[in-house]
Design a protein around this ligand. Sequence first.
Ligand code: ZN
Length: 311
Amino acid sequence: MLTQINGLHHVTSLASGAQSNNDFFTKTLGLRRVKKTVNFDAPEVYHLYYGDAEGTPGTVMTYFPFPGARRGRAGAGEVATTAFSVPTGTLPFWEERLSTKNIAGLEKGSRFGENVLAFRGPDGDGFALVESNDDRAPWVSTDVPEEVAIRGFHSADMRLSGRGADASAELLEFMGYQKEDSDGNVTRFRVPNGNEAQVIDISKVDAPMANQGAGSVHHIAFSVDNRETQLEVRKALMDTGYQVTPVIDRDYFWAIYFRTPGGVLFEVATNEPGFDRDEDTAHLGEALKLPSQHEHLRDVLEQKYLEPIHD
Ligand code: ZN
């Protein structure tokens, strides 16, 4: 069993428009845009990152906005809900705020004894806010005060069909997660001594496979401290039979990827070097940053492909 994984590092999803995506995360949810760059594998598309003040691993929601992309179709083999943690007693604030902004899918409930407010993102993305005792310092924006602000990820809920669910449960346990509780078709896993973004739920469903599109989660990334521990994790996964990519330099972290038995794409990402690698913490996310291999495309990307984002 692995001991190197701290919890989630980031969650990456697909969107249909950069401006609506930016406004939803920075204005409605009050996160900080911590990086404006491009998809390193398809530089005509933005890669936008939102999180706390520094983009601390475990707080970072990222998006590839493909202009006009069709919506995904929900189903098995995907992360159905990405949940953020908020302080205890703050869901009434959020319910009022999201309802005033006409956010779709608002639904109060509880899961494993915690109060949950589910809602939908601009492309039908599945989100939830969960009240929990979480002492991470939040990013504080103009209209979301510190005492109610999002602290980072609480969990991700993978919706998986029977065999995929069982095999993915085994994988999570191999990765260092412990089965904590079960409620109906949902099983909760938690990595001990993690980074607060340390919960994964598996919801077992009998449904056709999801079709990825705008509003779908593309992959979830797990945090390791550094490149050395990442190589240990990579070797252990490969020794167990997983096909894992070589280590890829993503400028702000190093990444490896592998497909899980339930269909979800997993990444393992390093906490180093971080988002302040190429700009001051005070100005994170403001300028368009390009990786060196795409810097020569800057003019054409800015003029032809990347719609300007107004803050
Ligand atoms: Zn990623």
